[in-house]
Design a protein around this ligand. Structure first.
Ligand code: MSP
Length: 659
């Protein structure tokens, strides 16, 4: 029999900056759902990738002094880039698409032409604002205080020739799709779309631009590039071979079972994308699921706010599986949630170290201690079960069905909650049976003790199967520790109590989830974040040169002289000031105060030949007079301000004029 197909996607990422924990959340969730379907034996296609075109990328590349392709290559394929992160996070995507891939570009040109040929794309004018010096088009909402957001100058009304997609034509059909089917989930997102976008009147969509070039060119009208969302959304079909020869499984996998997307891009996926597909005459995806955001201090994470959380730091610190688990366990998938390091550590300690970790280590240790690591054959059966035996067995036996219901409703947090109810029940079962008491009389209680151990291992096995999509690596290790072979790690065996052989030989292994010392970890995370922030800073930053000119005569009025340091000391009660006694060639000592105590010790300057401006009006600082100013060179290095006094050749006599 043919396996059931399951096609699942994540949004393809803008490689305009490195990915943060919010992006990681979305991809880990999709990965867990994809792994769940594989566990069920389905033929899964899981797609992710990068969305690499558009003005933002073009601008960022220009800023960085590289080509747009070089810019995106570095973020996608470079060290600690998108591909590295997905590898680290154990993301099991079957395919990775880049919208700059040749086959995708060619397919987009054909898709655009198809939409044009069937009359759904027409030429019109795009009205907006134009900044002449920057040669940039802006929409009203992009302006900053009504001015160009780049240079702050006045903008003027302008028009640009552009192609439009007849989105308005599909308004009724889309409304029907949203309101009368389960296409868009969770249901709460439907009203948002209908009330905010469809009811006010769907306007036709501008789908080409001529004011920048980093995009897929419209091949039948040079100068136009395809709107980035038309280009990006189509990835879901081009990656299967739609309108290209690179792949040939469009028929096999399309329509997608689900597009998992963040809430701010639900609009594109639930209005524009189905309209495009309707126009192309292709089937619609079965579901779009709009998940919530991970917030930081109640707000959205963004590079510009400087509040992004680096998934590399967290994964390296706590382990990939612990991080994956935390993301899925803590935040209800359809709504926003507040991320914090404290919450992450608490979850690791409570669920993984205490509940799951302890269950496994206590059980395997007891089997080692009381049975030499091997349970007696037949211990899976017990003729006169206690109520707590029945309760544990019933709870664990019914777990797969409850888990399945939650996973199928895209509620991984609920599925995990069900698993942890069983884990907690199993821990309680240890206390109820008090194995240490039973072990006091092995002759009398040995068989009962073996049965208790078997029940614990068996409940753990069922939980571990269902935790595999969330923590694949750790569950492999856990199976080995409880002595569960390949045949009893399957989806089918998760619904059948008794899958574990009663001759299993568990071994107490490494501690899978060590307890985290909250205070120490928080300090280490802060230090790691600070180090990463510093590493990302430019090596050297210079003050921009002044553009305002001074005339030559004004410049000549400044009297720069070589001065020799006769004495130098700290100014009392000032952390900043040094007091210099200087020979300026006049025969009368000159006193200058300079705010450089953070950079020099007084004794290292005595005897040096420095540069000073000597005709500034005297100033009082900390009650002392300063007659002139010493000249220094300043720059910023890795975010830290550096200062160096300008030192002259000692051959230059005191008082020599600089000109
Ligand atoms: N390129 C588009 C998607 C095109 S799909 C055809 C895009 N890219 S993105 O990089 O900006 O965002 C990718 C995904 O990350 C989106 O689903 C977005 O919602 C998600 N997230 C970005 N920040 C997030 C959080 N703080 N929390 C949760 N998800 C977040 O949009």
């Amino acid at each position: 029999m043919d396996k059931k197909k399951f096609y699942i996607t994540t949004p393809i990422y803008y490689p305009s900056d490195k990915l943060h924990i919010g992006h990681t959340y979305c991809t880990v969730a999709t990965d867990a759902i994809a792994r769940y379907h594989r566990l069920r034996g389905e033929d899964v296609m899981f797609l992710t990738g990068t969305d690499e075109h558009g003005q933002k990328i073009e601008d960022k590349a220009k800023e960085a002094g590289v080509t747009p392709q070089e810019f995106v290559d570095k973020i996608v394929c470079g060290e600690r880039g998108v591909l590295d992160l997905w590898k680290l996070m154990n993301i099991s995507n079957d395919r990775f698409i880049r919208t700059t891939d040749d086959y995708h570009v060619a397919a987009i040109q054909r898709i655009f032409k198809k939409l044009y040929d069937n009359g759904d794309i027409y030429k019109g004018t795009y009205k907006g604002k134009y900044c002449k010096p920057c040669e940039s088009f802006w929409t009203e909402s992009q302006l900053k205080d009504g001015k160009c957001p780049d240079c702050g100058r006045e903008v003027q009304d302008a028009e640009e020739e552009a192609y439009f997609f007849r989105l308005s034509k599909y308004a009724d059909k889309i409304q029907d799709l949203l309101e009368n089917t389960d296409f868009l989930q969770p249901r709460s997102r439907v009203n948002e779309m209908v009330n905010n976008f469809i009811k006010p009147g769907l306007e036709d969509l501008c789908v080409s631009r001529t004011s920048f070039t980093w995009g897929v060119p419209v091949d039948f009208d040079p100068g136009h590039v395809v709107y980035v969302w038309v280009d990006a959304l189509s990835n879901y079909i081009t990656a299967l071979g739609y309108e290209n020869d690179k792949y040939d499984d469009y028929k096999k996998y399309w329509p997608a079972d689900v597009h998992i997307v963040g809430k701010e891009i639900v609009r594109f996926h639930s209005i524009i994308w189905p309209a495009m597909l309707m126009s192309l005459g292709e089937p619609l995806p079965k579901h779009v699921f709009g998940h919530g955001w991970l917030l930081l201090d109640g707000g959205k994470m963004s590079k510009s706010k400087g509040n992004v959380v680096d998934p590399y730091i967290l994964a390296e610190h706590f382990g990939v599986d612990a991080l994956r688990f935390f993301l899925m366990r803590t935040f209800p998938f359809g709504t926003d949630g507040n991320f914090s390091n404290e919450l992450l550590i608490q979850t690791i300690n409570t669920d993984l170290a205490n509940d799951l970790g302890n269950l496994v280590s206590r059980t395997t240790a007891m089997v080692g201690k009381y049975f030499g690591g091997k349970l007696p054959a037949g211990c899976g059966k017990w003729d006169t079960p206690e109520s707590f035996d029945t309760e544990l067995i019933a709870l664990a036996s019914g777990l797969r069905a409850r888990y399945e219901e939650a996973m199928d409703a895209y509620a991984p947090h609920k599925a995990l909650d069900e698993v942890f109810k069983v884990i907690q029940r199993a821990n309680k079962y240890i206390d109820e049976n008090a194995p240490w008491t039973l072990a006091k009389d092995m002759e009398q209680n040995g068989a009962r003790l073996a049965h208790v151990m078997y029940n614990l291992l068996e409940a753990t096995r069922i939980c571990a199967i269902l935790l595999t999509p969330f923590m694949p690596e750790s569950m492999d290790k856990l199976f080995a520790q409880i002595g569960a072979g390949e045949d009893c790690r399957t989806w089918d065996s998760a619904a059948a109590w008794g899958g574990l052989s009663d001759a299993a030989a568990p071994t107490k292994g490494e501690n899978l989830f060590p307890r985290v010392d909250m205070e120490k970890a928080l300090q280490e995370l802060e230090a790691a974040a600070e180090a990463a922030r510093k590493a990302a800073l430019p090596d050297i930053e210079l003050e921009p040169q002044l553009t305002e000119q001074v005339d030559f005569d004004t410049f000549c009025k400044s009297d720069f002289r070589a001065v020799k340091v006769k004495a130098c000391e700290n100014v009392k009660k000032s952390a900043k000031l040094l007091k210099f006694t200087l020979d300026d060639g006049t025969g009368v000592d000159r006193q200058i105060l300079s705010g450089i105590a953070a950079y020099y010790k007084p004794e290292e300057l005595v005897g040096k030949t420095l540069l000073a401006i000597v005709n500034l009006p005297p100033r009082k600082m900390m009650g002392q007079e300063s007659c002139g100013m010493l000249i220094s060179a300043v720059h910023t290095e890795k975010g830290e301000e550096k200062l160096n006094l300008v030192m002259l050749d000692d051959k230059i006599p005191a008082g020599a004029k600089m000109c």
